[in-house]
Design a protein around this ligand. Structure first.
Ligand code: SAH
Length: 253
């Protein structure tokens, strides 16, 4: 059996309870060494075989999984954040399907949640934005033309941009081309929830120099949109006294 587990955004205690239990039971762990906190590996039992997938191809990962299966062992494939975002898990699951190796996914806390916590931010502010666009700049992995940053920028929703900290100038140009202003609130969150976390609030116009000043070129998220100012929003209906829900009567009416 293979468990595809989300390790969380960084801090070792932000793995889920289920993920931790699986890690403690694993005979083989293949972890994404570029971003998974190595402290988590201390949770593995004695004799657990541990591999860093940062140094492996998909073929090499599958080789170790198949070997473990033949020996009747349990494998945890540990991905950063939640496996569903930029996790390259589909290709892995398809190969496991081909080999009839059973697997299950255990979700994790994505870094975009870790970044919101670091910023003490609600992405979805009533009256400001009720949507979050999770996207990236094209890098060595392409992005479909219809999903260019400028097209999402035109929506004026809250944006959380992954895998783009090394392209802040180009990112800024795309954001401006899409209609965000230079003074649109933005933030850079480097290594959210890690001890070396950095939270930098700026504007779209200041993104590049902010990143440069702090030497940030990777492992960061860029948050853009009016919501980043966390001001000017409307009160929620859900918690307002005059609003009635299935759980609570309206007050004072
Ligand atoms: N599945 C992961 C994302 C993997 S892609 C998740 O759910 O978070 C790797 C990218 O995620 C990095 O380039 C960076 O943009 C972002 N990232 C991962 N961990 C991060 C963290 N702790 N702080 C900020 N950004 C992070």
């Amino acid at each position: 059996m293979v468990y595809i587990v989300g390790a969380g955004p960084g801090a070792a205690d932000l793995i889920t309870v289920r993920g931790l239990k699986l890690l403690q039971q694993a005979d083989v762990v293949i972890y994404a060494g570029s971003l998974v906190n190595r402290e988590l590996l201390r949770e593995t039992k004695a004799g657990c075989r541990i591999y860093d997938s940062a140094r492996m191809t998909l073929e090499a990962v599958l080789f170790q999984i198949e070997k473990a299966e033949q020996e009747g062992l349990m494998t945890v494939r540990l991905h950063t954040g939640d496996p569903c975002l930029y996790g390259a898990v589909r290709e892995q699951m398809d190969e496991l399907n081909l080999r009839q190796i059973p697997y299950q996914i255990c979700p994790g806390v994505s870094s975009f949640c870790g970044a919101a916590a670091a910023l003490e931010m609600e992405y979805t502010l009533p009256g400001i934005s009720q949507s979050v666009v999770i996207t990236r700049m094209a890098g060595r992995t392409g992005v479909p033309e219809r999903e260019r940053i400028r097209r999402f920028a035109a929506l004026k929703a809250t944006m959380v941009i992954f895998l783009s900290a090394g392209m802040l100038r180009e990112l800024k140009e795309e954001l401006l081309a899409g209609g965000y202003r230079e003074d649109t609130p933005a933030a850079l969150v480097y290594k959210a929830t890690w001890p070396e976390e950095k939270v930098l609030r700026c504007t779209v116009g200041e993104l590049e120099e902010t990143g440069k000043k702090e030497g940030i070129t990777k492992t960061a998220l860029i948050i853009v949109g009016e919501a980043a100012a966390q001001k000017g929003y409307l009160r929620s209906k859900l918690y307002s006294p005059e609003f009635e829900t299935g759980f609570r009567k309206a007050e004072g009416v």
